[in-house]
Design a protein around this ligand. Structure first.
Ligand code: AMP
Length: 175
């Protein structure tokens, strides 16, 4: 397990009860970094993709090299007020309160075939907001791809119930 074994768990970060899955230990390791990018790239080689969209911030780290390897462009989805040009946004619910993600209005063309990437799926709220944003712009999501799935939290099932295909390199279940 070159990937899962290199992910560090920090209990009770950033809040009591959260098991934080830290990919910095995976990324700093040359075998781990290479395996992560290669495994994702291998899955999508030969698939017609127009853009990789990565979600701030760890989705940028994983998404950009995947886009580079696939020979397609990379588009960032960012938190509110971070992108300089005209944006479209989506609000989504957090456990307490809400948040907003945005994308440049000219980043996705109608009909674009998009691979969505983030480091981790928990509740799926962030990914679902990004899916909705891209679909509103006329993009077609081929798959939502993550390094880590937390199946007990239910985000994968939520995305699938929404008609999305989901792929994750590893999962942490049962703790
Ligand atoms: P969610 O919208 O609940 O699916 O949360 C996904 C986002 O929150 C991802 O961008 C993750 O980076 C971050 N996140 C949520 N839970 C964790 C966790 N247990 N460990 C690390 N990151 C997490």
């Amino acid at each position: 397990m070159p990937i899962k074994s290199r992910i560090r768990t920090i209990p009770h970060y950033p809040h009591d009860g959260i098991m934080f899955r830290d990919i910095t230990t995976l990324l700093k390791d040359p075998i781990g970094l290479r395996a992560t990018i290669q495994e994702i790239t291998k899955r999508y080689e030969g698939v017609k993709i127009d853009k990789v969209v990565g979600i701030e911030a760890r989705g940028f780290i994983v998404g950009t090299p995947v886009a580079y390897e696939l020979g397609v462009g990379f588009v960032p989805v960012r938190k509110q007020n971070k992108l300089p040009a005209e944006t479209v946004g989506r609000d989504y619910q957090l456990e307490y309160g809400s948040d907003r993600i945005e994308i440049h209005m000219d980043a996705i063309q109608p009909g674009d075939r998009v691979l969505l990437i983030d480091d981790l799926i928990a509740t799926g709220g962030t990914a679902l907001a990004a899916v909705n944003l891209i679909q509103d712009m006329g993009g077609k999501i081929l798959e939502c791809c993550f390094v880590i799935d937390l199946p007990d939290v239910g985000g994968r099932a939520r995305l699938e119930a929404n008609g999305q295909k989901v792929f994750a390199l590893c999962e942490f279940a049962g703790d």
